[in-house]
Design a protein around this ligand. Structure first.
Ligand code: PMP
Length: 296
């Protein structure tokens, strides 16, 4: 996968520069210790124009991730949104994945940095987990204990856990991992949240041990519009395995059905599931194909 070529432009600290000419310092905490905050945002080519889905929510979460961890964030969110649209234009991207990253100044101690940089880059990316139903395995890795990190912050260091879990799942012949939290309840996938369907209702893990996804919030809002009951609760593995179906959701993954968890195959056909309805509704929403009664 080529993320950039000789024409690609990135935004770095207020300027647009060629990706292959931009550089950064090698003596920083972000590279050495994973002390950085980032976002994953999607832009869609809608019939209106190219639209960045939930741009404000993503930049607000970026700021929150920084605030939670003491990473200085001194940028104006409206300006960042404007620069992101400019970035897409300059790179001639319409359907794109956008990656903002806040990283530290050169500094090798274990004290939070006083100065940070921001970079925005974008590339074309299909649905991250593909569009067929997934075979997932319960990972031998747990999500980080919220007492050992800021689990609600999207910070780079937390993704060591994600990389270990996904790589292990792939090595074991699965499409993706599903991680439990430190108390043994179902938490989330390495880069997506989970919803479980049982007897016509949806269930999703409570906040506290997960990254509170913007797609997760969007799905909950869509359920309100579509009159689908969603219950946030602690979910056991037995509950998951006895469910009718389940799906993952995230900005990169969008909405993708789960076929099996370990050896357990869900009874319900995906096309008959609430997940499939929400998959269509989500696609319509991001593509601005439907006018809902409420603004989500
Ligand atoms: N959990 C984790 C660990 C993630 O990395 C992501 C992707 N950002 C999500 C959940 C889904 O979050 P969102 O819907 O905001 O993309």
């Amino acid at each position: 996968m080529n993320y950039y070529n000789s024409n690609t432009v990135v935004y770095l600290n207020g300027e647009f520069v060629k990706a292959n000419e931009a550089n950064t310092d090698l003596y920083g905490q972000s590279l050495h210790y994973g002390f950085a905050a980032f976002e994953g945002i999607r832009a869609y080519k809608t019939h209106n124009a190219t639209r960045i889905f939930k741009a404000r929510e993503h930049y607000e979460r970026l700021k929150r991730s920084c605030d939670l961890t003491g990473i200085p964030f001194n940028w104006d969110i409206d300006d960042l949104i404007k620069q992101t649209y400019r970035l897409l234009e300059l790179n001639n991207l319409k359907d794109a994945y956008i990656r903002p990253l806040v990283f530290s100044e050169p500094q090798m101690t274990l004290i939070a940095p006083e100065k940070t940089s921001i970079m925005l880059c974008a590339w074309e990316w299909g649905a991250y987990l593909g569009d067929r139903q997934l075979k997932v395995c319960i990972s031998s890795f747990e999500r980080p204990n919220p007492k050992s990190t800021k689990i609600e912050a999207k910070i780079s260091g937390n993704y060591v856990n994600s990389i270990l879990a996904t790589t292990d799942a792939k090595n074991r012949g699965f499409d993706e991992a599903l991680l439990l939290d430190a108390n043994g309840f179902v938490a989330e996938a390495p880069g997506a949240n989970i919803f479980i369907e049982k007897n016509g209702k949806l269930y999703t893990p409570t906040k506290g041990n997960i990254l509170p996804g913007i797609t997760r919030a969007t799905i909950i809002e869509l359920c309100r519009v579509l009159d689908i009951e969603v219950i946030e609760k602690e979910i056991t593995l037995d509950f998951l395995k006895s469910a009718d179906g389940a799906f993952l959701c995230g900005t990169a993954a969008e909405v993708v059905g789960i076929h099996t968890v370990d050896e357990t195959v869900f009874r319900q056909r995906w096309r008959d599931s609430i997940g499939a309805t929400l998959q269509r509704a989500y696609k319509n929403l991001v593509l601005e194909k439907v006018n809902y009664e409420v603004i989500i």
